[in-house]
Design a protein around this ligand. Structure first.
Ligand SMILES: [Zn+2]
Length: 223
């Protein structure tokens, strides 16, 4: 935690001195002040007191948004949730709050409901490369032989270009043949599913119906 706080000080100082040197800052926008945003990262492990102290001292340094780090590193999910909840209490609600390393579609919906604005995770792309696909009907392991003759779309409720064009059988064939295209198409679908999930979350927030957050189906691969 102390190391991260020292880094936060040094990063902010360096960023403020050099932020306008980012080459693309003026190329892609006509706003001369446009640049990147530097967030502070809250640490403190699973210790609520340290999390509070880390949040307060990071806020004191001052950033446009705050990240919750050091979670989703193998600890039980109930503990992740507990620490996220207690840390969120100490972070300003009117600035972006970013939970690092989370998570499944189900967790994304859950944490957005708690007040997390941003998340990032390798899961949708890594799972895709291993043939694990998130769908509105649950998680699918496309490598299974049961899909060899399945001419239906991967997810009948998905509008992505993979589900619109290709069958489960074709995706399974690509995977079984070790075609790199399998990784590409699976990734396109999984990312699309995640984007749809977040779109539904944003829609619920706009409607003021947080209680009716989209229910995301999460199940183990069918036996
Ligand atoms: Zn799709």
């Amino acid at each position: 935690m102390e190391l991260t706080l020292r880094w936060a000080e040094r990063s902010k100082k360096h960023f403020e001195e050099h932020k306008h040197e980012v080459p693309w800052a003026t190329e892609v926008t006509t706003q001369p002040d446009a640049t990147q945003a530097l967030f502070g990262i809250v640490q403190g492990g699973m210790d609520h007191t340290l999390r509070k102290e880390s949040a307060e001292r990071t806020i004191k340094i001052g950033f446009p948004g705050y990240a919750i780090g050091g979670l989703s590193v193998g600890e039980p999910r109930a503990l992740t949730r507990e620490v996220v909840e207690s840390t969120l209490e100490h972070l300003p609600a009117d600035q972006p709050r970013y939970l690092m390393g989370v998570g499944t579609p189900e967790e994304i919906v859950e944490y957005a409901g708690l007040g997390v604005d941003m998340m990032d995770c390798v899961l949708p792309t890594r799972a895709a490369r291993h043939g694990l696909l998130f769908t509105s009907e649950g998680k699918i392991s496309i490598k299974q032989a049961r899909y060899a003759g399945d001419s239906g779309p991967l997810d009948p409720n998905c509008g992505c270009r993979v589900c619109q064009r290709y069958s489960r059988a074709y995706l399974r064939h690509l995977y079984a043949s070790n075609e790199v295209l399998a990784q590409i198409l699976n990734t396109v679908h999984n990312l699309s599913f995640y984007l749809d999930t977040m779109r539904a979350v944003r829609h619920s927030i706009k409607l003021g119906e947080a209680a009716r957050f989209p229910s995301v189906v999460w199940s183990q691969p069918k036996p």
